[in-house]
Design a protein. Structure first.
Length: 222
């Protein structure tokens, strides 16, 4: 995914959760991204806030949000229903951008003018750029309203970051019984002759395959 496409997914949500670490304790708050360019994704905060202190101390942030709604309803059986949509998250390294650098960007790209105007109104405000990160779009349709599989993950990275593998994979210990494929309601497991394979783009890491495997042949990578 291009940075402009990643930004659009976040911008469509608007208010996002920004997570940081304060010493050894996680902290979250709501904020938003206001611009993007070839260097990364941009957000603002005030230098007087704990958020700023945590950003400066760790140099890291994790951002996530959900579209089109965060509301959860319940079906007749009392089970949760999520309207089809997506979540998106990105985690990585940030750097502070000086006001002069922001002005220079605004001279080239109108999107950054909002940041300039805001800092002129609130002088304690400053800008950060998420410049190296990885993440994913988690597109879900759990009730199969629009397609034949529940989940489609699109993983992305930028700024030189690599995408780490996280999820489930079938190892050499597989004896080809097929129990995992029968158990997977996400249709993430396919069979090619006697080889069973998990598609990480469709896998929810729900663990149903792992619980039924008779030979401990499914590895959890976290
Ligand atoms: S359940 Fe385990 S042994 Fe059977 S096909 Fe799946 S991975 Fe292989
Ligand atoms: S963890 Fe869940 S979604 Fe992933 S392959 Fe196993 S059963 Fe399917």
């Amino acid at each position: 995914m291009k940075l402009s496409d990643i930004y659009k997914k976040f911008d469509q949500i608007g208010s996002l959760v920004f997570a940081t670490i304060d010493k050894d304790t996680p902290q979250t708050r709501i904020a938003h991204l206001f611009a993007h360019d070839e260097d990364g994704l941009y957000f603002r905060t005030m230098v007087t806030k704990a958020f700023y202190k945590q950003l400066k101390e760790t140099g890291k942030v994790s951002i996530c949000g959900m579209y089109p709604t965060t509301q959860v309803s319940h079906n007749d059986e009392g089970l949760p229903y999520f309207k089809p949509g997506y979540t998106i998250r990105a985690t990585g390294d940030i750097k502070e951008i000086s006001f002069e650098a922001l002005q220079a960007k605004a001279a080239e790209n109108e999107m950054f003018m909002l940041g300039v105007k805001d800092i002129e109104q609130y002088p304690a405000m400053t800008t950060f750029c998420l410049h190296r990160a990885w993440g994913e779009v988690f597109d879900f349709d759990f009730e199969l309203e629009h397609r034949d599989h529940k989940l489609l993950r699109t993983r992305f990275c930028f700024g030189g970051q690599q995408i780490p593998f996280q999820g489930m994979r079938i190892t050499q210990a597989c004896i080809g019984c097929g129990a995992c494929m029968d158990a997977c309601s996400f249709k993430a497991i396919t069979q090619d002759e006697d080889q069973f394979v998990i598609d990480p783009a469709k896998c929810d890491v729900c663990g149903d395959c792992w619980t039924v495997c008779p030979n401990d042949a499914i590895e959890i990578v976290v």
